[in-house]
Design a protein around this ligand. Sequence first.
Ligand code: SF4
Length: 466
Amino acid sequence: KINSPLEAYKYLPQTNCGECGEATCMAFASKLIDRSGKTSDCPPLIKEKKFAKKLAELDRLLAPEIRQVTIGVGEKAVNIGGDDVLYRHKLTFFNKTKMFFDVADNMDEAAIVERVNSIANFRKFYVGRNLLLDGVAIRAVSNDPAKFAAAVKKVAEAGLPMIFCSFNPEVLKAGLEVAKDLNPLLYAANKDNWKEVGELALEYKVPVVVSAFNDLDALKTLAKTFAEAGIKDIVLDPGTYPTGKGLKETFTNFLKIRRAGIMGDTEIAYPIIALPFTAWMAGISDPVSASYWETVMASVFTIRYGDIMILHSMEPYSTLPEVHLAETIYTDPRTPVSVDGGMYKVGSPTADSPVLFTTNFALTYYTVESDISSNGIDCWLLAVDTDGIGVEAAVAGGQLTADKVKEAFDKAGFDLKTAVNHNTVVTPGLAARLQGDLEDKLGANVKVGPMDSGRIPGWMEKNWPP
Ligand code: SF4
């Protein structure tokens, strides 16, 4: 394992040719270490035969502590695992927990299509991006290979990654036959079927879950046996228990597995699957309570250390907290979530419309934008590039100054004297102390807006037109 750019540099061509987009090989080496670049981004290293050995060695040394496993193919394929740290602030977590929702192969075709469509079409707009669900887990409730294959065929039409859920190798094989090139995850090999399921994983070259409920020694032995047989893409299932002592043990198992993997125990350094929807929940007569407990479990194992989950409830009160939590936990602390600096139109602004500014911290920008647009206010909204820092902190830290605001107007090519007919700018209330400086720098009237963008509509009623 290598941890410094200098060590990575030794394996690069050292010609500073710039083909990777970096001025020097040393700059590229830094990108390899923080994993914002891949060895495949260096064309000479990939193409020239003389570097083949170095490339293989470098890839080995840069490999994450926890193996990264890919499920599915094409644009919708998902990666799980691939982490190097136990705590996000020590670097970052690389692959957000992936959420697969189940269908049963004994559902009728129309019901399967309807559920798969809801999974595929789920969208939740959050801080400038759509949060999505990741895939479909097909449960072989029928235990009938033909029925399972028919369900797989139908689900596969949506193009989402799939998990095949059965302990029966014949059922898994039937599914694989109709989805040969789609790289599904097999769930699962256990102490009874490991030989047959292992052979399927090898024959069809697909990732596979090894499962041993509440027995980490058995789990490790299974994973080791599979690895020695040449199966690389392994996912671990230590069992997920929802209540009392069982929940405590499950939580401890997840911690032990991930800690051992990060500390260098390669025999167990694989992603972990959590199954928040359990038989216990299936037995709860009130579906809302079952969904509640499923969401609680999903939250626990999003935080510690579920890399992939099979979930059941598609109710918004379950899916929304699940996708929001995963998005929040997996935000990269090295780069604030930001939008591009520049002038944005909200609605259809004209020369009479107000001109406001805020910072390019995504949460701030989209909150302001949504408070304005949802109230039908047409305006010009300037996002000042403050390196993704919010208004109050940026004013205190010097990232939001009158000079910066002027620079942002100039960069956007927005001349207050000609683009609008009022020569007025509205500053966020939290940046009120810039008012005097802004008037000098911009040569414009500067009005101090409210402290909270939720009050912009009321403020506009009293203060606009100026
Ligand atoms: Fe160096 Fe490769 Fe980048 Fe060229 S493409 S500068 S050889 S790292």
